[in-house]
Design a protein around this ligand. Sequence first.
Ligand code: GDD
Length: 331
Amino acid sequence: MNSSVAHRRILITGADGFVGSWILHTLEARPTPDLKIIAGGRTGKSSSLPVQTVRFDITDPARVDAAIARARPSTVIHLAAVSHVSEAREDPHWAWEVNLRGTMNLAESVMKHSPQSRFVFVSSSEVYGGADKVLGRLLDETALLDPRNPYAAAKAAADLMIGQMAGNGLNAIRVRPFNHTGPGQTERFVIPAFAAQVARIEAGIQEPVIRVGNLEARRDFLDVRDVANAYISLALSSFSFEPGLVLNLASGTGRRIGEIVDELVSLATVEIRVETDPSRLRVNETPFANADAGRIRKLLGWQPRIPWSKTLADVLEFWRARVKSMRPVAG
Ligand code: GDD
């Protein structure tokens, strides 16, 4: 068992992305004295927080190594990834480069320059892919890895690699988040894809039809703010763990994508029809993802706090404001 030390220099990779930004917001809302925040990202874009920004490309081992040698983090949340399933299908080489080799670059440099550092690797529920084989029970961390697309396969490979490196001394935790959403997520993901259309229809700039992909898939959704809290606790809380520990992060509630469209349509202020857009359908779709997150609940006392209805309403409000701000002002 590996006891934690006081963690005072936290590096967040992918800090300029959707989840990274929420982690920075969350840290800002509850300032921790003596905690130095190092925001790693490709853009070097910073938040309003007094953070140190490190601009590095995870696929460039020399730059990653130099950044880690300088930063010497005591804890790392590794988020940087190609995170969209379709984007990874469009360019599988890039998905493997970022999600596997990028993770390897980072983990090797951390072992070299900050060997005591706690390394929170953000894997994915997509590694379980063929979950339909175990339909009828919630997926726990013992479920087989059965990835179905390049994103999932690259994440599964990185997950295995981090497990192996943990055996060689990397003080790693592998967290497998199920789907999450919230204000600020791009339209490539399903809930903003639908909410943005509702907002455009309400604003009169889209005909009253929502275009959708597969409505039969089921997913287990969390609010990104609950996810950010879990990652921060995993990075900063004191607890004992076996390096390589795997933790699911999920709500435990499976939702049919079709139900979510209906809920969003019912929140709309105008009548809306739903139509399938064949270009949004996926080959070899992951059919089902619904998890048992008992392990992380027991370890951290973590549980989702934000009700689903608030998540959905907040995403819709975000898109209403975004659409309004982009409309030309008449007169
Ligand atoms: N994006 C999108 N757009 N998905 C749609 C649409 C649409 O118009 N219509 C239906 N879907 C379905 C997809 O086919 C899929 O079954 C489900 O909605 C969710 O799609 P995404 O939001 O794109 O997420 P994902 O499940 O493929 O992957 C996400 O979750 C993983 C687990 O947390 C991503 O966030 C991954 O990065 C993450 O690892």
